[in-house]
Design a protein around this ligand. Structure first.
Ligand SMILES: Cc1cc2nc3c(=O)[nH]c(=O)nc-3n(C[C@H](O)[C@H](O)[C@H](O)COP(=O)(O)OP(=O)(O)OC[C@H]3O[C@@H](n4cnc5c(N)ncnc54)[C@H](O)[C@@H]3O)c2cc1C
Length: 309
């Protein structure tokens, strides 16, 4: 039998903390475990988080969300979960420090890791804070109206980011990381949209406080107001995989896992789930996963007062 609590949430980003708030208000005293690496902590100032017309810094949003969940009884602990096992009546989570936590249900809200341009860590983060290096056109393309925008990655992903950004500026350049994988039809589509396509391999990225330089093979240094690397991502979905949950081709858990992962008592929320990687989506997943988990626990306890949401 389980000696732990009703539910553990793995992740203290927008998804995990929304789930924690809902579960705390369902009087489940959720435990949130996190390893301090929410992507939201890296957001200098977001302008598309609903309810913040003047924008909000990522660290401030996470601090407010943590306070909100803790106020209703959630417990937040910093600890990396290395493995998860299904045991009788629930799950055992093994932590990096050698200790374990047990719970009847789990919500996985572990997010993704971005594939980044090759820069020393401190230089990379300073460029993000300065706003010259960006990774999410949906989040902040609007902030670059009529600016010189570079996109790194001459493949389907890079081409579609360049085409998306074209609505904000007529000065878009697509550059390869090493070589171009563009099909002739994509090259034509980019040309029709008046997007410049470079072919020389990337040698270096040189961020400054207001601009960012790019050195390509056989080319003079190019200057941009902002660069968007379109280099893909690595979902942090290994814990789901350990339980035998199928992943998408990209390595995410499927959208169905927000409500039903196929493993009773195990749910998922946020960027680790396939789909649009955004704060608002992560919050919505968190609310749904929390409510599904709560109702699942009530069903196990044969509680007849079902919330039908
Ligand atoms: C620079 C930047 C700017 C962005 N700008 C915007 C924007 O303007 N608008 C917008 O909507 N989105 C923006 N995003 C995306 C946004 O940050 C994500 O969509 C959002 O954070 C996803 O929330 P999440 O809770 O799913 O994951 P995350 O916020 O990434 O949180 C994941 C959590 O899981 C924890 N975790 C992972 N693995 C483990 C483990 N093994 N053990 C314990 N804990 C673990 C981490 O510590 C973290 O707490 C931006 C992202 C970046 C990087």
């Amino acid at each position: 039998m389980i000696s732990g609590r009703d539910i553990v949430i793995i992740g203290a980003g927008p998804a995990g903390l929304t789930a924690a708030l809902y579960l705390a208000r369902y009087r489940r005293a959720p435990l949130v475990l996190h390893d301090g690496s929410s992507r939201a902590l890296r957001i200098p100032l977001t302008h598309n988080a609903p309810g913040f017309p003047d924008g909000v810094r990522g660290p401030d949003l996470i601090a407010r969300m943590t306070r909100h969940a803790v106020q209703y009884g959630a417990v937040v602990e910093e600890a990396k979960v290395t493995t998860v096992e299904a045991i009788s009546g629930g799950f055992r989570l093994n932590l990096e420090d050698g200790s374990t936590r047990e719970s009847r249900a789990v919500i996985l809200a572990t997010g993704i890791d971005l594939n980044q341009v090759d820069l020393p860590g401190a230089v990379h983060e300073a460029a993000i804070r300065a706003g010259v290096l960006r990774y999410c056109p949906v989040c902040d393309g609007y902030e670059h109206l009529d600016k010189r925008i570079g996109v790194i990655g001459c493949d389907t992903n890079g081409a579609s980011e360049a085409l998306f950004l074209r609505q904000y500026s007529n000065d878009i350049t697509l550059m390869p990381l090493s070589h171009s994988e563009l099909a002739p039809a994509q090259i034509q589509e980019l040309a029709a949209a008046e997007i410049k396509v470079e072919t020389g391999a990337l040698i270096a990225v040189a961020p400054g406080p207001n601009h960012i330089g790019v050195l390509l093979e056989d080319r003079a240094r190019l200057e941009f107001d902002v660069i968007y690397p379109a280099l893909g991502y690595r979902p942090r979905s290994s814990l789901a995989q350990q339980l035998g949950i199928d992943l998408t081709e990209a390595g995410c858990v499927t959208a169905a896992c927000v409500a039903d992962s196929g493993v009773p008592g195990f749910f998922a929320a946020g960027d680790v789930v396939e789909g649009l990687d955004q704060i608002s989506v992560a919050m919505g997943h968190g609310a749904v996963a929390a409510t599904k988990a709560h109702n699942w626990l009530r069903e196990q306890d044969q509680d007849t007062l079902q919330n039908k949401d």
